[in-house]
Every structure is written in structure tokens, then in C-alpha cells.
Write a protein that binds this ligand. Structure first.
Ligand code: FE2
Length: 163
């Protein structure tokens, strides 16, 4: 049970932004940023953290995974990079969680900074690093019907089945 992650899922602003993303991505040929992707990132990240023996609480990992693409609709609408918009929206969502589901100040800072850093290539923070890795590793490029038009470099793509 992860009540604090459930609270993020139920947060009205989270649901609002996820619904906006779904509208913008209706008919999109490339990767979607829906619940399936967010959970793929969460589970892959958690597997990697267990394998590496890194000490990060599971609900912190799931919180960042759920929030890492929450700025996508803003990017589609205004062009603002989704990591920047995502940090701002995540801050608002985290601040509005009910008392018993609150992340403390240090946890909120870690979540916000991992959301902001998840696209960076030179991430230092272990939480942001594993999310950045899972974000790419979760995509089945080898089975993508839009691969010929995708702007990901070949090095970035997953061309084989992998965890
Ligand atoms: Fe993502």
C-alpha cells in the first residue's frame, strides 16, 4: 500500500493534467504519456533500485514516476519544456495533498528536482538518474509502427526486448 502515491493519483490537478495530455495525444503516432507509461517507468525504476541496492523509498520512486511527465500538456500548448512545467505543476500537486498523505519538505524537494532533471543526460541524483533511464528503457522501439519517423537517435532507441 502506498497511500501517498494514491493521493497523487487522486489529486484533482493531477487528473486534470493527465486528461489534458490524453486530449493532446489523441491520434498521436509516437509515444504516449499515459498511465501505462507512468507505471512502466515506476516499475522499471523500482526493479533497478532493488538490483543496485540503492536506498530510496518505493513511494518516492512511484511519486516521481507518476509526476515526471505531468508538464506535457503545457509543452503541447505553450512550448514550455515539460520538465520545467512539470516541476511547477508537481510542486502545486504536492503542496495540496491532504495532511496524512503529505511528503515532508525534503521529500518534496527530491521529487521536484527529479521531475526537473529527468531529461538531463548528466544527472547526479540517484532518483533522477534511475527515472531518466527507465523513461527511455520503457519504450518498445523495436515494435513501434512510427519508428521510421521518430526523432530519437538509434543509440537512444530500444531495439531489442530488455527489462
Ligand atoms: Fe516519460
Amino acid at each position: 500500500m502506498m497511500p501517498r502515491v494514491d493521493a497523487i493519483w487522486r489529486a484533482p490537478l493531477f487528473q486534470h493534467e493527465l486528461a489534458r495530455i490524453a486530449v493532446f495525444e489523441r491520434g498521436r503516432r509516437f509515444c504516449h504519456h499515459d498511465l501505462a507509461h507512468l507505471l512502466d517507468v515506476a516499475r522499471l525504476s523500482w526493479i533497478r533500485i532493488l538490483e543496485e541496492g540503492v536506498s530510496i523509498p518505493c513511494d518516492l520512486v512511484y511519486a516521481v514516476a507518476l509526476l515526471h511527465d505531468i508538464g506535457r500538456a503545457e509543452q503541447y500548448e505553450t512550448g514550455e519544456p515539460h520538465d520545467v512545467a512539470g516541476e511547477r505543476i508537481a510542486t502545486e500537486i504536492l503542496a495540496a495533498l491532504p495532511g496524512q498523505a503529505c511528503f515532508n519538505e525534503d521529500e518534496q524537494r527530491r521529487i521536484r528536482s527529479a521531475v526537473r532533471a529527468h531529461r538531463s543526460h548528466a544527472v547526479q541524483d540517484p532518483l533522477a538518474r534511475v527515472i531518466a533511464w527507465a523513461d527511455k528503457a520503457s519504450r518498445p522501439c523495436f515494435a513501434c509502427p512510427a519508428a521510421s519517423d521518430c526523432n530519437w537517435s538509434l543509440e537512444k532507441r530500444n531495439l531489442n526486448v530488455r527489462i
